[in-house]
Design a protein around this ligand. Structure first.
Ligand code: BGC
Length: 493
């Protein structure tokens, strides 16, 4: 029943996937309309980014009511219909859980704002008097600037992200009880698991000490967070087949602590998002990922993109080379044992879009480029995503990346993903929990799934190279005279 161990989970950035009502913003009914596509693609599960009531200061990661659907995304009925239909299509549904902070619009924070320093309303968050006319400590927000905002009455409140995302106080029992209520609420509606946002956050050290250069970051990875994960794990374990994955930005040597038998099932990392297209660097990252989960019961997890970072096509240099490299990396990822997370649009080879400042909406200013809506069919402005104006403009050039066309073209990026997913789930070579590396030309690597004949070879050098022995199952680019061209990968058996 541990379906996640080798699952391919498809991240739906709901806002950008499909709009069913013409307001230019994707919604739950839109996702439901595309379940046939996702089944055809061959993924096992969905991760839906936050669709809860929110003023959208951080596009839903600022949650005003965690047990309600924002009208922009639909309603509970639409959610229930999506879950029922997804299950009928053989797809699991996992959803985002934001426990580190709420929206400043949450009823708790509104009450805190209207209450006096020292009141129980303020005790659900981190309110403190300032220090020397400034914030209470030297912590910085992940989004830049001080992590504190001043109230007119002299108190300051903590926000590790935007000022619209006040951090909850995890020493307050009400905060625990509320997350438990939220988890039960969605489990009762049939979800198969959760992705915990900022899973290394939540708990803060007593006294909120200053950050000291060269010492561990006091904002994150505090011991108390493990009790939160134990609570979450106990809740999901109540029903077989439900899982909890957490976004973890912690040093490798701290990683396995989150994967103890009563904590997360899967730890998600940024590892491959930070690595250049180099055989040496990618191999090292893969080995580190295996090492980080060694001795735990958790599979390694792999991801090339998400809604927070530039898309791989762009990271790897853009244009045809960037695209070839992203396709090659897709075969590397999907050839590995463990849980793979794909981000919507990755299977189409979409690049980042360089959007003019006036249309960007992200509070960091940097993440809109990877959040442009999906070009399904037709042309501008809606490309089958919406009958209205998309919330971020879809570039005209994406007329050559349409889902409708890529489904028909056997050489398209989408076809490579489909074939790879089909092989991953049906070919007998995709077994075992480990890989064995073997000799490869400089700038290349090759690994075999342990105990199997399945081989994945990557050529990140500038020259075509001979393939390892075996029958070719799939290549990310056509072979050149029997050789694997630069910026390409192949599966053989
Ligand atoms: C999410 C971001 C979000 C941040 C604050 C991250 O884990 O992926 O999109 O801005 O948490 O909630």
């Amino acid at each position: 029943m541990q379906w996640w161990r080798d699952a391919v989970v498809y991240q739906v950035y709901v806002r950008s996937f499909t709009d069913s009502d013409g307001d230019g913003i994707g919604d739950l009914t839109g996702v439901r309309a595309r379940l046939g596509y996702l089944e055809l693609l061959g993924v096992d599960a969905l991760w839906l980014t936050p669709f809860y009531t929110s003023p959208m200061a951080d596009h839903g990661y600022d949650v005003a009511d965690p047990r309600a659907v924002d009208p922009v995304f639909g309603d509970l009925e639409a959610f229930d219909a999506l879950v029922t239909d997804a299950h009928a299509h053989g797809l699991k549904v996992t959803i985002d859980l934001v426990g580190n902070h709420t929206s400043a619009d949450h009823e708790w924070f509104r009450a805190a704002r209207d209450s006096a320093p020292g009141s129980p309303e303020r005790a659900r968050y981190h309110f403190r008097p300032g220090r020397d006319d400034g914030p209470p400590n030297n912590w910085q927000s992940v989004f830049g600037g001080p992590a504190w905002t001043a109230m007119p009455d002299g108190d300051w409140y903590l926000h590790l992200f935007s000022p619209e995302q006040p951090d909850l106080n995890w020493t307050n029992p009400e905060v625990w009880a509320d997350l438990e209520k939220t988890v039960r609420f969605w489990l009762d509606r049939g979800v198969d698991g959760f992705r915990i946002d900022v899973a290394h956050g939540m708990s803060k050290p007593d006294g909120l000490p200053d950050a000291v250069p060269g010492e561990p970051d006091p904002r994150f990875d505090h011991e108390g967070v493990h009790d939160v994960h134990r609570m979450l794990r106990a809740l999901v374990d109540h029903t077989a087949g439900r899982m909890v994955a957490g976004q973890l930005c912690v040093p490798d040597e701290r990683f396995a602590r989150y994967l103890r038998p009563d904590e997360l099932h899967v730890g998600l990392t940024h590892r491959l998002l930070d690595v250049p297209f180099s055989a040496e660097a990618v191999r090292a990252a893969i080995e580190d990922a295996f090492a980080a989960v060694a001795g735990t019961r958790s599979p390694p997890s792999w991801t090339l993109s998400n809604h927070d970072v530039p898309r791989p096509v762009t990271r790897y240099g853009g244009g045809p080379v960037g695209l070839a490299r992203a396709r090659a990396m897709a075969l590397v990822l999907l050839g590995l044992p463990g849980t793979v997370y794909l981000y919507n649009g990755e299977e189409l080879g979409l690049p980042d879009v360089d959007l003019p400042a006036e249309v960007r909406q992200d509070p960091t200013g940097h993440r809109d480029g990877c959040r442009v809506p999906i070009p399904w069919e037709g042309g501008p402005p809606g490309f089958g995503f919406t009958t209205g104006e998309p919330w971020l403009p879809i570039p005209d050039e994406w007329a050559d990346r349409l889902v409708a066309d890529q489904l028909e073209d056997t050489t398209s990026t989408l076809s490579v993903y489909r074939r790879a997913l089909e092989l991953r789930s049906s070919h007998p070579g995709f077994t075992g929990d480990e890989v064995e590396w073997f000799g490869a030309p400089e700038g290349c690597f090759a690994f075999r799934r342990a105990g199997s004949t399945l081989v994945c070879a990557l050529n990140a050098s500038a020259e075509p190279v001979p393939l390892p022995p075996g029958d070719v199952l799939l290549t990310s680019s056509p072979l050149h005279g029997g050789l694997l061209p630069p910026d390409a990968a192949a599966w053989l058996a």
